[in-house]
Design a protein. Structure first.
Lengths: 466, 269
């Protein structure tokens, strides 16, 4: 059952029951009061009649023996009356209703009994009491008409019924509107949720009021905002993954195509030794490039899975370690390698930092540089490490993309030097792990600067290390 | 569809519910006419507690002047009264009739009964018929508050063709504190000092013992002031302007004039 129907049903039931109950209680109370009032009035009339009869009997003790006199006396009374002897024999009766036996039995000496009686269209109260005359007594019964009171009661009940139907009819419309008013906002939230489920993540509900419905709408908007952001994030990740897979496949396909081609050539025909050697050299070169690519992929994968423990590291020690690796390579390539570092402790992970610097220095070497500088400098509360080269540089328009996986500005040059396009991506990921990022500056002609900022230790860290 | 059925069901229930009060009240009426019972006699009149024998005409209970004044004020201020049975210390109906007759005899004996001065008497001083009811006034506290027995009075009426004497007799003391006499006679020959003398006698018989302090009379009535109390005696006299004429069985015509005289205890202020 819909909420609208439930609300309407409940409101109508409660309203109807409350109206009926209060009306019944009100009329019932009025009925009780009226009945009590009529009884008091009937008692008053009985008492008056009783005094009149007693007065007459006092003046004329033999009055009751003369039926004519009894009738004359009874007719002088303000209400219908009846006289019965001790054996309940009728002496005179002008009542419209017939008294029951019970009313006689109830009337003990000094007491007045009553009975509500109905005869044809007349309703009345019969009052019965004893009147003592010396040693004898007789019964006096008076009849007080209450037809008007009961007719009023029935008219009131009939009026209440008409009033109830009218008020219920009007209330019906109001409760319909009310139920619609209450369920309207819920329907809007439901419709918005439905549209969101169909892909419209920008759905929002206009909130009004601070009640529960307003809070529901507010929470829905918050949820929608979060869903939209997550969906955009996931879409970006999916696009990245797709690009990654596409680039990876391409990077794998290119050397494999050549390797398979040369291998097929070696298997297929007799070649001169020189050609065999060339083919083998090519296969070895491409194989090494694929191996480097695989290692880089493994490194990237490892970075996303591990929790790294950073520690305070001496910068000069790191630089000395780098120098040991770079100097032979630079000497072979004919590159001048300069290193300059201010004293300082940085918050880093040793292997990751070395990997980052190796990749940056490797890129600098592959950029046809003749001079590479590795600098370390304190800047306020951070320590800046910069790799500067005087190579080909990076076009300004491509700086934003060089940290993408597999992106290579000059593919031919990179592949020739066994480049995979993953080095800067790896370095960027390592920088993120250290709470930093790579800042690359280049004019595209006269070299490139790549910097990273790390947490700088104070005197305390330096003393602990010592 | 479900909603529409629900709405229709609600409307049906609402309509059916409109018959419920009618059925309940019909059942209530049926039960009302099926039974009978005893009236709860909530007598709110307290019994008399003085030492003197209660209701004894020879040694009547007496009330102080201050109490009489209190009762008179209550009678004047109250516009509602109720009938009740005599309680202990109050006169019975028979004693009330006797007290009324004694008052008429005493007034007549003192020459203060108007009917004695009628041109021709028709009927007895008491009347052929009599009735009496015992009433108590309902005070400002409401009808459910107990009343002292001396607030009740017997309203005794003696009447016949020519006379109607209506007396308000205090239910505890048996004294007449208010009287209304309506009499028909061919002529009236009331003495000159009738108003003052009859008022003095009325006050004497009412139990107020204070001496007279002043008297005022005009065409409509008279007032007798008393020393040391706010109570006064008031008399009103009304002579009807019409002459009542009717034919007797023997064809003769009779003419009579009506006179109404009332006596009562009043309170100044």
């Amino acid at each position: 059952m819909r909420l609208f129907t439930k609300i309407f049903f409940c409101f109508m039931l409660v309203f109807g029951a409350a109206f009926q109950a209060s009306g019944y209680l009100l009329i019932s109370h009025s009925f009780e009061n009226d009945a009590a009032q009529e009884k008091r009035y009937a008692l008053e009339q009985f008492r008056y009649c009783k005094y009149m009869v007693q007065s007459s009997v006092y003046r004329q003790p033999e009055l009751l023996e003369d039926r004519e006199e009894v009738g004359r006396m009874a007719r002088s009374l303000p209400v219908n009356a009846a006289f019965y002897g001790p054996e309940r024999e009728e002496l005179y009766c002008s009542l419209d209703t017939i008294p029951g036996e019970a009313v006689f039995e109830e009337a003990a000496p000094g007491e007045v009994s009553y009975q509500f009686a109905k005869e044809r269209e007349k309703e009345s109260i019969l009052m019965c009491g004893r009147i003592t005359q010396g040693q004898e007594y007789f019964y006096l019964i008076t009849e007080t008409d209450i037809s008007a009171m009961l007719a009023d009661q029935r008219e009131t009940v009939g009026y209440f019924k008409r009033l109830y139907l009218a008020v219920t009819g009007v209330g019906f419309l109001f409760i319909l509107l009310l139920a619609g008013f209450l369920t309207g906002p819920i329907n809007r939230v439901s419709a918005a949720a439905r549209r969101m489920a169909q892909g419209s993540y920008k759905e929002r509900i206009r909130t009004a009021g601070k009640d529960e419905i307003g809070q529901l709408a507010e929470n829905f908007n918050r949820m929608a905002q979060t869903v939209e952001e997550k969906m955009e994030e996931m879409s970006a990740m999916v696009r990245q993954k797709e690009d990654f897979v596409a680039n990876f496949a391409h990077e794998m396909k290119t050397p494999l195509t050549s390797v398979i081609g040369y291998a097929d050539m070696l298997c297929g025909r007799e070649l001169p030794a020189r050609q065999v050697r060339e083919a083998a050299e090519y296969i070895v070169r491409e194989g090494m490039r694929l191996e480097a690519l695989a290692f880089k992929l493994m490194d990237l994968s490892a970075l996303s899975r591990q929790d790294f423990r950073l520690e305070w590291l001496e910068v000069p020690e790191i630089f000395d370690h780098m120098a040991k690796g770079m100097e032979p390579v630079c000497r072979d390539e004919g590159i001048r390698f300069h290193m300059e570092a201010q004293e300082g402790m940085v918050w880093a992970e040793f292997d990751l930092l070395v990997t980052l610097l190796v990749n940056l220095l490797d890129n600098a070497a592959k950029a046809d540089s003749t001079e590479i500088r590795l600098e370390g400098k304190r800047e306020g509360e951070r320590y800046r490490i910069t790799v500067r080269d005087n190579g080909k540089g990076i076009a300004p328009g491509e700086i934003g993309r060089v940290t993408e996986a597999f992106y290579m500005g000059d593919k031919s040059r990179s592949r020739k030097r066994h480049g995979s396009g993953l080095g800067l991506s790896l370095a960027e990921r390592i920088a993120e792990i250290h709470g930093s990022r790579l800042v690359i500056t280049s004019d595209g002609r006269s070299g490139t600067d790549v910097s990273i900022w790390l947490g700088l230790g104070g005197e305390g860290e330096m003393r602990d290390e010592a | 569809m479900v909603s529409l059925l629900g709405v229709l069901l609600v409307m049906l229930l609402a309509y059916a519910g409109s018959y419920v009060p009618g059925l309940l009240f019909a059942e209530r009426e049926r039960r009302l006419f099926a039974g009978c019972g005893i009236m709860e006699m909530e007598e709110t009149v307290l019994p008399w507690e003085e030492d003197q024998p209660a209701g004894d005409a020879n040694a009547q209970s007496r009330l102080e002047t201050e109490r009489i004044e209190q009762v008179i004020r209550t009678w004047k201020e109250s516009d509602r009264e109720f009938l009740h049975e005599p309680v202990e210390g109050q006169l019975s109906m028979e004693e009330a009739f006797e007290a009324g007759q004694e008052w008429i005899n005493a007034m007549s004996g003192a020459g203060c009964y108007p009917l004695d001065y009628a041109g021709s008497k028709a009927g007895s001083a008491y009347g052929d018929h009599a009735s009496a009811v015992l009433v108590a006034t309902i005070g400002s506290e409401g009808e459910n508050q107990p009343r002292e027995s001396y607030y009740s009075c017997w309203n005794v009426i003696f009447y016949n063709e020519d006379t109607k004497v209506r007396l308000w007799i205090n239910a505890v003391t048996g004294q007449v504190w208010e009287a209304e006499l309506i009499m028909y006679a061919q002529e009236w020959n009331l003495p000159e000092d009738f108003a003052c003398d009859s008022l003095v006698k009325f006050l004497e018989l009412s139990g107020v013992e204070n001496a007279a302090a002043g008297f005022a009379e005009n065409r409509l009535g008279a007032v007798l002031y008393l020393e040391g109390t706010s109570i006064c005696g008031e008399m009103e006299r009304e002579d009807a302007e019409w002459i009542y004429v009717w034919s007797e069985d023997d064809g003769t015509k009779r003419e009579r004039r009506c006179m109404r005289i009332s006596y009562r205890l009043g309170v100044i202020g």
